[in-house]
Design a protein around this ligand. Structure first.
Ligand SMILES: NC(=O)c1ccc[n+]([C@@H]2O[C@H](COP(=O)([O-])OP(=O)(O)OC[C@H]3O[C@@H](n4cnc5c(N)ncnc54)[C@H](OP(=O)(O)O)[C@@H]3O)[C@@H](O)[C@H]2O)c1
Length: 332
């Protein structure tokens, strides 16, 4: 390539601003954007681990820092707002402040600046199937359970309002994301599949989507989504039992065989609430309503994303080798 084409390529590169760039999903998104020739700006807290993300232009601060947010988003063609926090790592007040108030600040910075499209990452949890065995779609808006869903639902309303007021914004709703570097859901599911010391798994079921497929969905939403619309980015719908057995087969482990009865999980709800209050520690399933949720089949359809964005997902087995390699090297 000549110096002139180099210069033209750099000038033509589209700019993405990514909040949550140092996270499990955000770091994969940054890798992909860089590989596809985007100029990538990332929001990073001073304490965030930025290893392995060379090539990103870092804007150091957090979601409470309006100046940093403005410099992050101004001039971006697409703002991918992924930063968020769950009840695994914080209490309800922090969860609300980061997920709802943080989104409000990102949108205010976008409104003040010169920004193309906002792609907001919510959760499939704000939607729920109407009955056991049904598949939820974007219209199955559910009464939020717990601070995480509550804050994400409130953030969705802000994004919808931004779109209605002549902003350009779409919302994506990933289901449970599976892939390397996720010490929460992925590590637990792999442990249930392959660790003889983890012989229990949950009743109920869920939609499991590979992290690479969600990245595809984010890019497709940026490219083809309709402003103001919502898209579920799901994967295979599996009972926990099926998921654990298939991970065990794919990873050549011994499948877990003992299932935790639904009654035991429901009983654990009040205990978790008590530990939370007394010891200021958050223990799954966090509270009674979450406990009940863990016993249900939470299945989703991604048909709208398929039809309108060209979104496709791969089966669980396609994602196990990479996740297993990371698990064996870093978690065990
Ligand atoms: N993982 C899933 O199964 C799943 C499913 C549905 C939706 N989602 C949503 O997808 C998004 C990404 O999830 P993830 O799994 O990648 O989570 P993650 O690994 O925990 O990453 C969260 C990111 O948000 C950043 N962050 C948290 N609080 C912040 C604050 N106050 N200011 C600035 N940045 C802050 C974190 O920074 P640090 O690096 O400094 O911690 C990190 O970069 C989240 O919005 C989540 O709710 C995830």
């Amino acid at each position: 390539m000549t110096a002139m084409t180099d210069a033209r390529t750099a000038a033509d590169a589209r700019t993405a601003a990514v909040t949550g760039a140092t996270g499990f999903l955000g770091s994969r998104l940054c890798d992909r954007l860089l590989a596809e020739g985007w100029a990538v700006r990332g929001l990073s807290r001073p304490t965030s681990d930025r290893d392995g993300l060379g090539g990103v232009e870092w804007h150091v601060g957090d979601l409470a820092d309006d100046e940093t947010l403005r410099s992050l988003v101004d001039g971006a063609d697409v703002v991918f707002h992924l930063a968020g926090i769950g009840l695994w790592s914080a209490g309800p007040e922090t969860v609300w402040a980061v997920n709802r108030d943080g989104t409000e600040r990102v949108l205010a910075a976008c409104r003040d600046g010169d920004v193309g499209r906002v792609v907001f990452t919510s959760t499939a949890g704000t939607r729920r199937p109407q009955g056991d065995g049904d598949f939820a779609d974007e219209t199955d808006v559910a009464e939020p359970i717990g601070a995480y869903q509550d804050s994400k639902a409130a953030a969705e309303e802000l994004v919808d309002r931004y779109a209605r007021a002549n902003g350009d914004a779409v919302t994506v709703h990933p289901t449970s994301i599976f892939g390397p570097d996720d010490r929460e859901f992925t590590a637990q599911l792999l442990a249930m599949g392959v660790e003889p010391t983890m012989p229990a798994h949950l009743p109920g079921g869920l939609s499991i989507v590979g992290v690479g497929d969600v990245v595809d969905g984010l890019l497709a939403a940026a490219e083809h989504g309709t402003s103001g619309e919502h898209y579920i980015l799901g994967g295979e719908n599996l009972t926990f039992e099926q998921a654990v057995d298939r991970i065990a087969d794919a990873a050549d482990g011994s499948p877990a065989r003992i299932r935790v009865p639904a009654t035991a999980i429901r009983a654990a709800g009040p205990v978790a609430e008590l530990v939370d209050i007394v010891a200021d520690r958050r223990v799954f399933p966090f509270d009674r309503e979450m406990a009940d949720l863990a016993t249900q089949r939470l299945f989703y359809t991604s048909r709208k994303a398929h039809d309108e964005l060209g979104y496709e997902y791969r089966p669980l087995e396609a994602h196990v080798p990479d996740a297993m390699e990371w698990y064996r090297a870093d978690v065990r």
